[in-house]
Design a protein around this ligand. Structure first.
Ligand code: GDP
Length: 474
């Protein structure tokens, strides 16, 4: 803040502020910037209540105070998940084929990381292009909440497989509702009822059996029932009452980014709130820029993009990262200030460990930051997994709930690490270890991985951490 700005806020002549500064041994001119702490002390000296607020906090607050009077339904953002070879890619292709907009308006599909499917009646669904939970998880690991609905693809000739279970756990960990697409029903060996039975055991009970999960039998290959699947997605979207205010300044998430030889930095923004216009000035992660041009997933130039629209944006100063938040700000000075503040904060954060270590759990709970100890448990056998689950559920603590967000048999994978990072969980391996990629990821993301070969020791460690957290009995 400058001397003049402070004087304006305090409604006093600038020389009074300068005089106060002199008392503190600071000789400043009217346009000089003074430290925030000093400004606060002067304001308080004059009987004001003052607090230091970052430019970003100020903007966010202004926005919050602005009422959302124009909430309107927005298209759902959908991710397709499931076991390898169950037909995720084929399903996405089949879905795109139903695209009226593309056929009628002569667009050519561009890979920008997400695509919009438009039904004949004009309703739209946005699909993230990368199938599988990798995209979902890596976005989520960076704190971005982009998906509204997960379509779980399960091949009817194969049934529930390990990655099916993993996908369910990931979607659940982030409270993303699931629609099941029972795929490959054209195949001779297809048994859609078996898929229903197996998923029921995992808590996904079909509506026709009295549960609340939508199951649709489809063939991604022949296109059978794909239209029905889209209808159900929209039905669920209606139930979720997805809304956004298109009149606000745009906010969103970076879905993809790359350095193009000709175009420079190119990034796909999924607009989530407000409308993005060409010419808008924005902050994205630790970089900023001005929207020079926007193209949609059909290669068409756009002047504006509303909620749930993915657009490729040109005009970034630097490369943002997938998962970075994107938001439009009033002017370039603000954009630069916010980006700079975030860069500094990031540097500081990188110096301290970001992941959650078991020992830290205690502190976090005491500070009221953590009410739940989330665990990802990987074991060598189903038997040991069950035994560990049972023993953990026997631990009772009044203040902290233990929640196993993902339990499975097998080695610790990079996906486990990313899930742990995304949900502040601790990874526990019993007679199993992380593979090379998982080890690298754990180090990079600072995720606590604990390996045990004796159940008693595992349980004891968890107990110790929890007991330490319990307040002494009075
Ligand atoms: P992904 O690994 O989940 O993305 O699976 P893909 O989409 O690559 O599909 C794996 C294989 O299953 C491919 O050979 C597809 O042609 C085939 N496939 C996918 N959907 C169907 C389907 O509905 N019916 C039949 N018969 N084959 C399918």
């Amino acid at each position: 803040i400058t001397v003049r700005e402070l004087a304006d806020i305090l409604k006093v002549p600038p020389n009074q502020v300068m005089a106060e500064l002199l008392k503190r041994g600071i000789l400043a001119t009217i346009n000089q910037t003074i430290p925030a702490e000093v400004a606060v002390s002067i304001a308080e000296g004059m009987g004001f209540l003052a607090e230091i607020k970052s430019v970003e906090e100020k903007i966010d607050q202004e926005e919050e105070e602005e009422p959302s009077e124009n909430l309107q339904p927005r298209p759902p953002v959908v991710v397709v998940m499931g076991h390898v070879d169950h037909g995720k890619t084929t399903l996405l292709d089949a879905v795109r084929k139903t695209n009226v907009a593309e056929r009628e308006k002569g667009g050519i599909t561009q890979h920008i990381g997400a695509s919009v499917v438009e039904l004949p009646d004009g309703r739209k669904i946005t699909f993230l292009d990368t199938p599988g939970h990798e995209a979902f998880i890596s976005l989520r690991a960076r704190g971005a909440q982009v998906t509204d609905i997960a379509v779980l693809v399960v091949a009817a000739d194969d049934g529930v497989m390990p990655q099916t279970v993993e996908a369910i756990n990931h979607a659940r960990a982030f409270n993303v509702p699931i629609i099941v697409a029972v795929n490959k029903i054209d195949k001779p060996g297809a048994d859609p009822q078996r898929v229903r039975r197996e998923l029921s055991e995992l808590g996904l009970i079909p509506e026709e059996w009295g549960g609340d999960t939508i199951f649709v039998d489809v063939s991604a290959k022949t296109g059978q029932n794909i239209d029905q699947l889209l209808e159900y997605i929209l039905l669920l979207a209606d139930l979720l009452e997805l809304k956004a205010d298109p009149t606000k300044r745009a906010k969103g998430t970076i879905i993809e980014s790359k350095l193009d030889k000709q175009k420079g930095v190119v990034a796909t923004v999924l607009v989530q709130e407000g409308t993005l216009y060409v010419g808008d000035i924005f902050v994205a992660g630790t970089t900023y820029g001005r929207v020079r041009a926007m193209t949609d997933d059909k290669g068409r130039r756009l002047k504006s993009a509303g909620p749930s629209t993915p657009v490729e944006v040109l005009g970034f100063e630097d490369l943002p990262m997938a998962g970075d938040t994107f938001k439009v700000v009033p002017d370039e000075k603000t954009a630069r200030q916010i980006a700079e503040a975030r860069r500094l904060q990031k540097e500081q954060l990188e110096k301290v460990s970001r992941g959650l270590a078991l020992e830290e759990v205690f502190k976090k709970i005491q500070e009221g930051e953590l009410k739940e100890l989330k665990l990802i448990v990987k074991t060598d056998t189903v038997g040991s997994l069950e035994a560990i689950k049972k023993s953990l559920s026997d631990i009772h603590s009044q203040e902290v709930a233990i929640r196993i967000i993902h339990g499975d048999v097998g080695g610790i994978t990079e996906n486990d690490i990313m899930l742990a990072k995304a949900s502040s969980a601790i990874v526990i391996g019993f007679n199993t270890r992380p593979d090379v990629k998982a080890k690298e990821a754990a180090e990079r993301e600072k995720v606590d991985v604990r390996l045990y070969s004796i159940i008693y020791e595992l349980i004891d460690d968890v107990k110790k951490a929890l007991k330490g957290m319990l307040k002494p009995v009075e």
